[in-house]
Design a protein around this ligand. Structure first.
Ligand SMILES: Nc1ncnc2c1ncn2[C@@H]1O[C@H](COP(=O)(O)OP(=O)(O)OP(=O)(O)O)[C@@H](O)[C@H]1O
Length: 548
């Protein structure tokens, strides 16, 4: 190992990652310890590499925030590019998670600070693109807790085309669905990654787990994370489930719109008694109990909510264990710039999902592949019960062309569908399924008849009706009821906004659609339960209340 790099004296190696090696070094002139990240020659190869890395370092160097690692310098020694940054003592968040070394409330504070740092970066036009626990350092100094986001190594200036060298990197478990699909990462993609970390901090497991990259990518794009078990989570608000649902929404528009909003929600959840606008919501809904009480009594299985998770899907195993994915370079001129490049690579990834085998995996510098995530949460003082086992895998489907992957129906093994963890209200056994109406019966009545037996199917049918009759309060209310009974809070929110845009108010739907009244009555009961367990996020509830 060289003893110096530039004007810095190397002390020791701190570790290595996909981009190169990181050293602890000393800046002799001012006696300051720094961390130096060298960039692998093959990563830095290419005509524009130097300019690109310089611009990135320059952009990241302008950031100054207590929750972001400070960049001091960027230079070249011989053929080696290197980045000089603040040396951060402490532990990587992935180690902290592995050992469950913080309370749930402390984990929320760490993630809120990550959001604080990201908020600063986002306001300055920088997207991190590789948010993951290994890139967050946690400093614990007595009671003081500080998080620092590191490694803007693949961060890009918004709107830049600087990835044209053809290499796209990121750790797949934290990639947002839209980043996988299109290669276009936004601030929302960073926030999705924080959502993944939140799930991991709370459960010790990754929300989209799998023993190979293909499975993980497929799950991120098409499956809902297994619901968290609130009874195993202590000392924080049960509203964390709503926060998590929102953060992990597949659609960027359904997530927290800013890192500040996310940080606020996380900090609010540190208070176990916090229910956000729930108190207000409950009080106001109570005012309308009379109206709601006039609704016909709920059907006998009214408390039975369909699991929010998508049914287990079948994925063919092709790729080796998860690592940092490097999507194969596209020759210059063929990819049409960054988006084209990644779109091609994204299509390739989907082709792999379908059994193609295009995605190349580049192992991390450490020779051993990343271990698969533990099936059970690590032991905690509170002795959390074992986490739900991952969805069973069934036999692989026949490969299909990439273009078909997103739209084809996901093969389901009916017996493999798992129920959501118990809700506070008693769960009555589901009645025998009534005969589903004939396929041609697609009117409001048919949808209403399907509501109990198959809310997802009802929602699918009601969606068409709602699109055809945007101004029909009965239909819009029915659609919302079906979404509610499917546990689909994010589509509920979007449908609510669309109805409002068409002049269909909550009041009108309450009057026209008994199923909508029942859904709100159900939500009201769940929210009044101890602990509260409504399925709608607070801001959606606030919208409903605003419409009353
Ligand atoms: N500024 C820093 N201060 C202290 N330690 C650091 C600093 N930057 C990186 N490290 C440590 O150096 C090691 C290697 O970091 P690096 O960012 O290269 O890898 P990584 O994040 O694990 O992987 P990847 O590059 O694939 O994202 C990690 O253990 C990390 O905690």
């Amino acid at each position: 190992m060289a003893k110096t790099i530039g004007k810095y004296e190397i002390i020791r190696s701190l570790g290595s990652g996909a981009m190169g090696e990181v050293f602890l070094a000393r800046q002799a002139a001012i006696g300051r310890e720094v961390a130096i990240k060298t960039i692998l020659a093959n990563v830095a190869k290419g005509e524009e590499a130097e300019g690109r890395f310089r611009r990135e370092a320059e952009a990241a160097g302008k950031l100054s925030h207590p929750n972001l690692v400070t960049i001091f310098d960027f230079d070249k020694d011989g053929d080696t590019f290197y980045l000089v940054m603040e040396f951060v003592k402490g532990d990587d968040l992935d180690d902290v998670i592995k050992h469950q070394a913080l309370s749930h409330s402390q984990f929320l504070e760490v993630l809120a600070q990550v959001c604080d740092g990201l908020s600063h970066a986002h306001r300055n036009g920088i997207i991190h693109r590789d948010i993951k626990p290994a890139n967050v350092r946690v400093i614990r100094d007595g009671k003081h807790l500080q998080a620092k986001v590191m490694d803007f190594g693949i961060a890009r200036v918004e709107d830049s085309n600087m990835t044209a060298t053809g290499i796209v990197m990121g750790t797949v478990s934290y990639m947002a669905p839209e980043y996988i699909r299109s290669g276009h990462a936004t601030t929302q993609s960073d926030l999705f990654a924080v959502g993944v970390m939140l799930y991991e901090c709370l459960t010790g497991r990754k929300p989209f787990a799998g023993d190979n990259t293909t499975t993980i990518l497929f799950k991120i794009v098409s499956e809902t994370a297994p619901p968290i078990d609130l009874s195993a989570i202590h000392g924080i608000s049960p509203s964390i489930r709503n926060v998590l649902d929102k953060a992990l929404s597949k659609e960027p528009g359904d997530r927290f719109q800013t890192a500040d909003d996310f940080a606020k929600a996380l900090r609010a959840c540190k208070d176990p008694s916090w229910t956000g606008t729930l108190d207000e919501a409950t009080a106001m809904i109570t005012k309308h109990q009379e109206a709601l009480a006039q609704a016909p009594p709920p059907p006998s299985d009214d408390t039975r909510l369909v699991p929010r998770q998508a049914p287990p899907t079948v994925v063919e195993r092709v790729a080796p264990a998860e690592g940092t994915a490097v999507l194969a370079p596209v020759p210059a001129g063929k990819g049409g710039g960054r988006t084209g490049l990644f779109a091609a690579a994204g299509a390739a990834a989907l082709a792999v999902l379908a059994g193609g085998g295009y995605l190349a995996l580049r192992p991390k510098a450490a020779p051993a592949p990343e271990a698969p995530p533990p099936v059970q949460a690590p032991p905690r003082a509170e002795a959390a019960p074992p986490a739900p086992a991952p969805a069973p895998q069934a036999e692989a489907p026949r490969p299909v062309p990439a273009a078909q992957v997103e739209s084809r129906p996901v093969p389901v093994k009916a017996e493999a569908v798992k129920a959501e963890p118990p809700r506070p209200e008693p769960v009555k056994p589901a009645p025998a399924k009534p005969e589903p109406p004939k396929p041609e019966a697609t009117g409001a009545k048919a949808v209403a008849a399907l509501l109990n037996a198959d809310p997802r199917q009802a929602a699918a049918q009601a969606r068409t009706l709602a699109a055809n009759e945007p101004g029909n309060a009965e239909v819009q209310g029915l659609y919302l009821a079906a979404l509610y009974r499917s546990g689909n809070a994010w589509d509920f929110e979007r449908a609510l906004s669309r109805a409002a845009a068409s002049g269909v108010t909550v009041k009108k739907m309450l009057a026209a659609a008994p199923a909508f009244r029942e859904a709100l009555a159900q939500e009201s009961r769940l929210r009044k339960a101890k602990p509260p367990a409504g399925i709608l996020p607070d801001d959606v509830m606030a919208k409903i209340l605003a419409g009353l």
